[in-house]
Design a protein around this ligand. Sequence first.
Ligand SMILES: [Zn+2]
Length: 238
Amino acid sequence: MNSKSYTLDGIGEVVVRKHHQARRITIKLRPGEPPRVVIPQLMAFDRGFQFAVEKRDWIADHLPQMDAALKSTIYDEERPFSTRYHMVRFRRCQTRCVQAVKADGGYEMRFPADTDFSSAQVQRQIRMFLTELLRHEAKVYLPDRVAKLAAAHGFRYNQLNVKNVHTRWGSCSARNNINLNICLMTLPEYLSDFVILHELCHTVHKNHGPQFHALLDSLVGGNEKRLDKELNKYKIQI
Ligand SMILES: [Zn+2]
């Protein structure tokens, strides 16, 4: 036996697990899973649980963040995912392994009948597929779109890179290399154009000074502030 479950007052299930590489006791929290205490192979399970008892306040503080992370990002049969071009549905059916197939002009990810969509592993599999789909769409769509907008407004840029980062929609380097987030493919086109124009304006003005804003605002019909607000409602995350 390598792990043992306990019940901790005010927390619920806590799992104590022995690990051959563990040198000391640690607690691990992951979305959708009970807190896990990892202990060295030769330590008694009860000692691991005692550690969780001592750290109860810390666990109670951090567990809600984990649950919040899970709640905001769960995909299941009722909650499909949309890119600008495809709807991705998730379905349980008679299949042995997870597969993604084209269906109804979009995609269907099929899971074995006993799949639990609340499991962190299933959500990871879904997210990996969605990331690849967005990356593919972004690589097909963004180079043309950026070239077109640059030509229409007389901007010149060096390289375009498509990235998956969680902090920003785009950036523009000192050498005028433009980086754009694959999550632009989850936005309506006018908002992704707004991000692209923002970065193209940085090829002329490197900071966010008055001249930068005047230029950008003139390119979006005086709607910069409104578009900024709209953009803030979208998450840069899958
Ligand atoms: Zn900027």
